[in-house]
Design a protein around this ligand. Structure first.
Ligand SMILES: Nc1nc2c(ncn2[C@@H]2O[C@H](COP(=O)(O)OP(=O)(O)OP(=O)(O)O)[C@@H](O)[C@H]2O)c(=O)[nH]1
Ligand SMILES: [Mg+2]
Length: 201
């Protein structure tokens, strides 16, 4: 054994770990997305939606929803043996947004999940990442029964910059969510490379 090489002669791989946020409005499927891809049992902070919260919690469009995230979701996915993502799902309800600053510390990029029935619910998330120059992509979570709109219309409604990727996805489907996460990492890398270039030129 030389310097900790494995028996097969391959050097041990120390994976790069990246932090990705999963944000968006109330009930768009953030907790579902983290749970769909996480290879560890996701940490959740769900609380029951109560009668008391009913006037504040607008559950129209997600009537089957009984719980809500009050702090964060946490999960992990190994995209390649040398690339591990830590996923942090944010709380969707406005009264828990104070958590976002803490959660976004050190994040490489973010997914803003959107539901075309309630697009306005993700305006705040789009604004948040734009202002902080955190690279993000928009994942349109295709709920059954929700109308499908052409990409250009969704982009226009969200007033997205040209370079912000927009993907259709199903937050319940592992492969679909993986595509979204690969998209965020690629986008964040391009963003970082562009920044480096603008600093050196
Ligand atoms: N049909 C359908 N239902 C979905 C999909 N994604 C999530 N759901 C359901 O929608 C509801 C909302 O999902 P959550 O994952 O809790 O949403 P959230 O964004 O974490 O919600 P908050 O944390 O309260 O903001 C749940 O009842 C899910 O089962 C989807 O792609 N299709
Ligand atoms: Mg949640």
């Amino acid at each position: 054994m030389i310097f900790g090489r494995s028996e097969r002669g391959k050097p041990p791989v120390e994976p790069v770990t990246l932090k990705i946020l999963v944000a968006g409005g109330f009930g768009v499927g953030k907790t579902t997305l983290v749970g769909a891809v996480s290879e560890i049992r996701p940490l959740r902070t769900e609380e029951l939606l109560t009668e008391a919260g009913r006037p504040i919690d607008d559950t129209s469009g997600v009537e089957g929803k009984h719980t809500t995230t009050v702090a964060m979701d946490f999960g992990r996915i190994t995209l390649r043996e040398d690339l591990v993502l830590y996923l942090f799902g944010t709380p969707g309800q406005e009264r828990f947004w104070f958590m976002w600053d803490e959660l976004s510390e050190g994040a490489l990029g973010a997914v803003v999940l959107a539901d075309t029935r309630r697009l306005e619910d993700c305006f705040a998330a789009v604004d948040y990442f734009e202002r902080r120059s955190i690279p993000f992509l928009v994942g349109v979570n295709c709920f059954e029964g929700a109308a499908r709109y052409p990409e250009s219309e969704v982009r226009q409604a969200l007033d997205l910059d040209e370079d912000v990727p927009l993907l259709l996805c199903d937050a319940r489907d592992r492969e679909s969510v993986k595509e979204v996460l690969i998209g965020v990492v690629e986008h964040a890398m391009t963003h970082a490379a562009d920044r480096r270039q603008s600093v050196t030129t």
